[in-house]
Design a protein around this ligand. Structure first.
Ligand code: CP3
Length: 357
């Protein structure tokens, strides 16, 4: 394997010294880039894009050609697992993801097959291997999965949801059914992420996009516990290097203390949690990632610069020198002008010299 030329992302996650703050953007490959829209049109639909190794590899690399990003993220989706479990994923224009089948009963859960990621999701592993090879050690490659709770919401609702009506009905009326589903998904995620690590993923992010919709006790019982099981089941070292794990619970900034029990290396934050407060809570026990409001990128270059500097001032407010990865607090939107991420990324690198170096 080619040696990594830029490893500041992995180093910051492990709280090792870095020259400047590393930065990447959630959903950095996507519709705000005209070159993504071209490939997406060629592929025909989103799932065909994910399943074509050359296309998936190409769109992963597109943002890295434009910006000085410190990590690449596999181009795929969290909903590949439910699709592989037989639910039939499809996308309706303007409506987001949908499933042909839903999971609502104990019988539905019992009938779910066991995931064999290396064969059932071979297209993902082929993409990981192709991207690693195309990167040639330029930056590390992030593999990812949804959290069991987040995946379960899509499987129970049959798509996106605002109120999680059926998922919460199951949670409060048939908690044992939900636990059985979450346990099944945790095993599937472990197998899926370990297969990604075997194929070449150098860090892992777990997207718990809907953990923040839970009450605090339910967050621990139905989301965090299963992420803890996953972290315990992951290969934490590969190719002679640690494989850092990032947990991102959107809306979860108030649960950093319990999150530490998972043994993850870093926690992603959305924009509602001040980084200086989060740093104080963690007190050097884990790294942080985030948390610029993605809507900041609708502002002028001067506005973005000012917001990024304030974010970095917060991130290093207690004299820290590492343990921080700059990112957005959630995915970049399709309405961002591609000139704007440049300002975000360059400001992180330029302004952070005084903190990290
Ligand atoms: O970060 C990256 O660049 C890697 C690619 C990536 C995608 N989805 C591509 C994608 C990642 C990491 C995801 C994760 C994902 N997918 C999450 C967790 C992260 C989050 O945002 O909270 C969730 C909840 C999903 C489910 C999903 N997939 C939704 C809700 C949608 C529709 C969103 C929309 O904006 O319409 C998708 C489709 C999807 N996944 C797109 C992309 C680029 C847009 C599809 C298109 O090209 O039409």
């Amino acid at each position: 394997m080619t040696a990594l030329k830029n490893d500041r992302f992995l180093r910051a996650l492990l709280r090792e010294p870095v020259d400047v703050t590393p930065v990447w953007m959630m959903r950095q490959a996507g519709r705000y880039l005209p070159e993504y829209r071209d490939i997406r049109a060629k592929a025909g639909d989103f799932l065909s894009l994910c399943k074509n190794t050359d296309f998936a590899c190409e769109v992963t690399l597109q943002p890295l050609r434009r910006y000085a990003l410190d990590a690449a993220i596999l181009f795929s989706d969290i909903l590949t697992i439910p699709d592989a479990l037989g639910l039939g994923l499809y996308f309706e224009v303007g409506e987001g993801p949908k499933f042909h089948k839903t999971i609502r009963t104990a019988e539905d859960v019992a009938a779910l097959p066991e995931l064999k990621a290396s064969s059932d999701l071979d297209y993902v592993m082929n993409a990981v291997a192709a991207i690693r090879s195309a990167l040639g050690g330029q930056v590390p490659l992030i593999g990812f999965s949804g959290s069991p709770w987040t995946l379960a919401t899509y499987m129970i609702e049959g798509g996106s949801s605002k109120d999680f009506r059926f998922s919460k009905q199951m949670m409060y009326a048939q908690p044992e059914v939900l636990h059985a589903l979450l346990d099944h998904l945790a095993d599937a995620v472990i197998d899926y992420l370990n297969a990604q690590i075997d194929a070449g993923a150098q860090a892992i992010q777990i997207f718990d996009s809907w953990g923040g919709a839970l009450a605090h006790r339910e967050y621990i019982e139905f989301s965090l516990n299963y992420m803890q099981k996953i972290v315990a089941g992951l290969k934490r070292e590969n190719e002679g290097r640690k494989v850092p794990v990032i947990l991102f619970t959107k809306g979860g900034g108030q649960w950093l203390e319990p999150m530490l029990a998972t043994g993850a290396d870093a926690f992603g934050l959305d924009w509602t949690t001040p980084l200086n407060v989060a740093r104080q809570t963690l007190d050097g026990r884990a790294a942080l990632q985030g948390n610029l409001d993605p809507a900041t990128l609708y502002g002028s270059s001067a506005t973005i610069e000012q917001a990024v500097k304030a974010m970095l001032d917060d991130a290093y407010a207690h004299g820290e020198k590492t343990g921080y990865v700059a990112n957005l607090g959630h995915g970049i939107t399709q309405w961002v002008d591609p000139a704007k991420p440049q300002v975000f990324i360059d400001t992180v690198h330029e302004y952070s010299v005084k903190y990290s170096g």
